[in-house]
Design a protein around this ligand. Structure first.
Ligand code: PMV
Length: 356
């Protein structure tokens, strides 16, 4: 059998209503629903190659590769182990047991790269697991699909569910621009908002001390955890309504309240921790007076210190200049809303733009 090569691209996503706290830590089922905006060129591109191997079971070798104007991904040993584990998971979910034997004398080489620098403050696990899931699924289809009608049908819904087991938030990167994730299902939802641009003020780019996995556990020890699930359900309803009504002011208000609620959980957990940096607070205080207008920016933070200003694409230039003028020493990362993961790596798809 000659080498099979498949590739996929998946974008990052930014949640306005946050997935924070797990109901089932093994399956990565969330304690509460979340809603996110899928990005476009802040993405991971992954290429997988099935080649000949002498003996042994499924193996995944990692070798970073530079793909079109991107930055090489430096993966830790732990990240490599997670990728190998997830690769096996995808194959186990898609290929029935008897056919899996075909992989036994093969090697799978995985090349993966992000369009954004590691440690740029952009979560790579969402885009990374989504791209890996899609690329391996394509490989399974190519290798077994034609000869084995027993191959389980592959839909984006199924792939999103498999991907979630590698990294929870990755299940929202398969569709876009707006996605609601509840229990097992992550689905596109309606929005009449104009096309949006995410301007990310990079306050700090070093790896964070508390991983999101640790944060998911710690938030449950906060006295503010009680009632969180019901509060989120209410916010989900309000946000869905605001999206459909093209009510940017309401969306902005909900995102603002949710950013403070999630970070308050961090600040009040049994072992308190914070992602805030001085410039994070400075940016939040600076933007607050702007939130009362009719078309305010949507402001949010992930489990990190960098500030996302999500604005209508038509006013992005104006906002970029304003933010640059206020924070001249900091970089701004910019991306548009997107439609989710796709097979193949389109040329010119994943350029990132840094502004000083
Ligand atoms: O997918 P995880 O386990 O890295 O969790 C992501 C958690 C947040 O980014 C903080 C919130 C979210 O909904 O994306």
């Amino acid at each position: 059998m000659s080498d099979f090569r498949c590739s996929a691209k998946a974008p990052s996503n930014i949640a306005l209503i946050k997935y924070m706290g797990k109901e089932d830590p093994v399956l990565n089922l969330p304690a509460n629903p979340s809603i996110s905006l899928t990005l476009d060129s802040l993405c991971t591109m992954t290429e997988v190659t099935l080649g000949e191997r002498h003996g042994g079971a499924v193996q995944a070798e990692l070798s970073p590769v530079k793909v079109h104007n991107t930055v090489e991904t430096q993966l830790s040993e732990l990240a490599i182990q997670k990728i190998i584990h997830h690769t096996k998971r995808v194959i186990d979910c898609l290929v029935p047991e008897p056919e899996r034997g075909l992989f036994h004398d093969k090697t799978i080489e995985i090349r993966t790269t992000n369009s954004f620098p590691m440690g740029s403050g952009i979560a790579s696990s969402a885009s990374g697991f989504a791209a890996l899931t899609l690329a391996i699924a394509k490989l399974c289809k190519e290798v077994f699909g034609k000869t084995n009608p027993g191959l389980n049908p592959i839909s984006m819904t199924l792939l999103s569910q498999i991907s979630r087991q590698g990294s929870g938030s990755s299940c929202r990167s398969f569709e876009g621009p707006w996605v609601l994730w509840e229990n097992q299902s992550a689905c596109k939802i309606e929005s009449r908002l104009p096309p949006l641009t995410d301007l990310i003020l990079l306050v700090r780019t070093q790896p964070k001390k508390i991983s999101s996995s640790q944060a998911h556990e710690l938030v449950k020890t906060s006295p503010l955890w009680e009632g969180r699930v019901n509060r989120v359900r209410e916010k989900i309803k309000l946000l869905q309504a605001a999206l459909v009504q093209d009510d940017l002011a309401a969306v902005s208000k909900i995102a603002w309240s949710e950013l403070w609620e999630m970070h308050s959980l961090f600040h009040t957990s049994r072992e308190t921790f914070t992602y805030f940096e001085p410039a994070t607070l400075q940016a939040l205080k600076w933007i607050q007076p702007e939130l009362i207008g009719k078309t305010p920016p949507i402001v949010t933070l992930d489990a990190g210190p960098n500030v996302h200003f999500i604005v209508p694409a038509l006013s992005a230039q104006m906002w970029k200049e304003k933010i640059q003028a206020e924070f001249p020493g900091f970089k701004i990362l910019e991306d548009q809303q997107g439609l989710g993961a796709s097979y193949g790596i389109p040329t010119k798809s994943c350029e990132t733009h840094f502004h000083r």
